[in-house]
Design a protein around this ligand. Structure first.
Ligand code: G3H
Ligand code: 13P
Ligand code: ZN
Length: 308
């Protein structure tokens, strides 16, 4: 069934695991995620970005997710990823999403509060939950020293006030993760001290980690072996994600790894079977690769197997 994340997060918080926020862009990706969650008996958060809605058409996405939900009995959240305005969030609430993210983290603190609060009021009136973001996800060149980190990462001193004033249901924080396949130049490092400080200041409140792909090196190597160019791609080590999942982090977002699994598979098939031109012969294996990856995340990293 389609559910909000309220109960999922309560259980994840209490039992020390996290639910994956997996990005959906087309039918094969959606099928892979839902088959993996179904086999692992795991709750799922299917997230759709505004880019995904533009790519696939909101009606297609909505109907595809509806079809996916009909194939399983595990609880599924349909979530807007990085909504950038009240209107975007409202359109998803009105479209049947059970959760929306308002990402007003680029605005000053007071304005972020104002927009997030407005979204929470509307969403709650329709029974929909809201994720907001405080702090900025740093790029690879940022956050090099303590002063830069303090400017970019979530300020623990703002967290309780933000949560109280906005009335949102979960909070995405910045502790050193970033989007995409190039997260670290040198050693991967997350500010766990900051995370633990934050969780103590808002006890019981679900925290979200964006930019949490691990960029598996075997997938990067496979892409590169078959004509890809992803030199130096690096992600968050799985052990760090396990540690986060045990904490107040209840949702861990993964998109890049799914893209890499699909692309590596297709590249290999194109390179090794150049006569193949039936899309099912490469999209099918691509779908299988995503499914295996998502099963691994659920079982070995997030810890949400059997929690449906
Ligand atoms: O936050 C980034 C997600 O990976 C979604 O990316 O905006 O290209 O769909 P996108
Ligand atoms: P990755 O780019 O690390 O997969 O992060 C995805 C994300 O945060 C979606 O909101
Ligand atoms: Zn994100």
């Amino acid at each position: 069934p389609l559910v909000t994340s309220k109960k999922l997060f309560e259980k994840a918080y209490k039992e020390g695991y996290a639910v994956g926020g997996f990005n959906v862009n087309n039918m094969e990706i959606l099928q892979a995620i839902v088959e993996a969650g179904n086999e692992e008996r795991s709750p799922l958060i299917l997230q759709v970005s505004s880019g995904a809605r533009k790519y696939a058409n909101p009606v297609y996405l909505r109907k595809l997710v509806e079809a996916a939900v009909a194939t399983t009995d595990v609880p599924i959240v349909l979530h807007l990823d990085h909504g950038d305005s009240f209107d975007m969030c409202k359109s998803c609430v009105d479209d049947g999403f059970t959760s929306v993210m308002i990402d007003a983290s680029k605005y000053p603190f007071e304005k972020n509060i104002e927009i997030s609060k407005q979204v929470a009021e509307y969403a709650h009136s329709k029974g929909v939950v809201v994720e907001a973001e405080l702090g900025k996800l740093a790029g690879i060149e940022d956050a090099v020293n303590v002063a830069a980190r303090d400017a970019i990462y979530t300020d623990p001193d703002q967290v309780a006030e933000f949560v109280e004033k906005t009335d949102v249901d979960s909070l995405a924080i910045a502790i050193g993760t970033s989007h995409g396949a190039y997260k670290f130049k040198g050693e991967p490092k997350l500010d766990f001290e900051r995370l633990h400080k934050i969780e103590k200041l808002i006890p019981g409140f679900p925290i979200v980690l964006h930019g949490s792909s691990s960029v598996p090196q075997e997938l990067v190597e496979k892409c590169n072996k078959y004509g890809g160019q992803l030199p130096g791609a690096k992600g968050v080590p799985e052990e760090m994600l396990r540690e986060a999942a045990r904490s107040a982090v209840c949702k861990i977002n993964i998109d890049t790894d799914l893209r890499l699994a699909l692309t590596a598979t297709i590249r290999e098939i194109f390179a090794t079977s150049p006569a193949e031109f039936d899309p099912r012969k490469y999209l099918g294996p691509g779908r299988s690769a995503i499914k295996e990856l998502v099963r691994h995340k659920i079982k070995d990293v997030l810890g949400s197997s059997g929690k449906a």
